[in-house]
Design a protein around this ligand. Structure first.
Ligand code: IPM
Ligand code: MG
Length: 365
């Protein structure tokens, strides 16, 4: 029997609620296929600060190191917002875990079902067939991880700096991920930069042009400045298929993709590393894009779909189980089509609870 070994880090806010439902759905999807789940849970984020005095305890890292993938909830919340910035869950847990496991490639699918276009703030005539794009975001470089400094100048003024740094090799490896994604989709890549201002972007654009011409000349590559890309995303998101961009631009654009696709509660993500696991697939971390949603945490009303869809991505990328992954995605879609909806995607329909949404998806598996 095949066994999937992964670490489960539910984190804070709605994390534990949606994680519980996602694990249930995973069991329901894998069991009949004769696949066993071997997972262990550990604290991360605010709850880890409370229980162990550190947002990313060593024991949590050790558990992840033994695993073939990480299923991640979300971290942070008002309770920890007054800590010094560097000790807050986002900066003290999420960024270090990405760096520790070299999770350089963040895939954020922007998917809006045709039947759910009402959920988007865009007019339906702009997205008659829904939305289907993917943002490939570089995740372990750029301004997030370059040298930072705050200093008091001689005249008493205070100056702070963050430095954006990229190596050609870092750009090439994220391009590889975008190339693979584009080959599996429509063959189009849009590389987003700010080459009219930033030196890193000049290198980014040159590398994208040369590398894709060399490795995948059959793909259609375009370049766009990030400000224009943000505007185009709100105007006509389907002009894009695969977007590839650096860390901070990808952070910003992926939130925009989230909202044009309706609800952050539907958006999954995969962060893939440089290392392969024992199955010969990339080690990865899989998390919903929506965050901890502290306003609704603990009420049992959060949308579990993003967490469930993230677990489907885990099956696909870290375990090579495309069939089961597709089965989960289809069950989520079917439940939503059958008007089983949590509050964020209800639109006048009666809203179901987190667990009811989970049950409905399980029934459709
Ligand atoms: C994301 C988040 C994180 C990021 C924060 C929480 C550090 O916004 O995953 O998009 O900026 O990468
Ligand atoms: Mg973000």
């Amino acid at each position: 029997m095949q066994t999937l070994k992964f670490a489960v880090l539910p984190g804070d806010g709605i994390g534990p609620e949606v994680m519980k439902v996602a694990i249930d759905a995973l069991k329901a999807a894998t069991g009949p296929a004769g696949i066993a789940l071997e997972y262990e849970e550990a604290d991360v984020g605010g709850i880890a600060i409370d229980n162990h005095g550190a947002a990313l305890p060593e024991a949590t890292v050790a558990l992840c190191e033994k695993a073939d993938a990480i299923l991640f909830g979300s971290v942070g919340g008002p309770k920890w917002e007054n800590l010094p910035p560097a000790e807050q869950p986002e900066r003290a847990a999420l960024l270090p875990i990405r760096k520790h496991f070299s999770l350089f490639a963040n895939l954020r699918p922007g998917l809006l079902y045709k039947e759910l276009t009402d959920a988007s703030p865009l007019k339906t005539e702009r997205i008659p067939d829904g939305i289907d794009i993917v943002c490939v975001r570089e995740l372990t470089g750029g301004i997030y991880f370059g040298p930072k400094e705050t200093q008091t100048l001689e005249d008493g003024d205070v100056q702070a700096s963050d430095t954006m740094v990229y190596k050609r090799s870092e750009i090439e490896r994220i391009l590889d991920v975008a190339i693979a994604s584009a080959k599996a989709r429509s063959g189009k890549i849009c590389s987003v930069d700010k080459a009219n201002v930033l030196t890193t972007s000049v290198l980014w654009r040159k590398t994208a042009t040369e590398y894709i011409a060399d490795k995948a000349p059959e793909l259609e590559l375009s370049h766009m400045y990030v400000d224009n890309a943000a505007m185009q995303m709100a105007r006509d998101p389907n002009q894009f298929d695969v977007l590839v961009t650096e860390n901070m631009f990808g952070d910003i654009l992926s939130d925009e993709i989230g909202i044009v696709c309706g609800s952050l509660g539907m958006l999954s993500s995969a962060s893939l590393g440089t290392q392969n696991n024992q199955h010969g697939h990339p080690f990865g971390l899989y998390e919903p894009s929506g965050g901890t949603a502290p306003d609704i945490a603990g009420q049992g009303i959060a949308n579990p779909c993003a967490q469930i869809l993230s677990s489907a991505l885990m099956l696909r990328y870290s375990f090579g189980l495309n069939d089961v992954s597709e089965k989960i995605e289809a069950a989520v879609k079917k439940a939503v089509m059958d008007d089983i909806r949590t509050g964020d995607i209800a639109f006048g329909k009666p809203a179901v609870s987190t667990s009811e949404m989970g049950e409905a998806i399980k029934e459709r598996l």
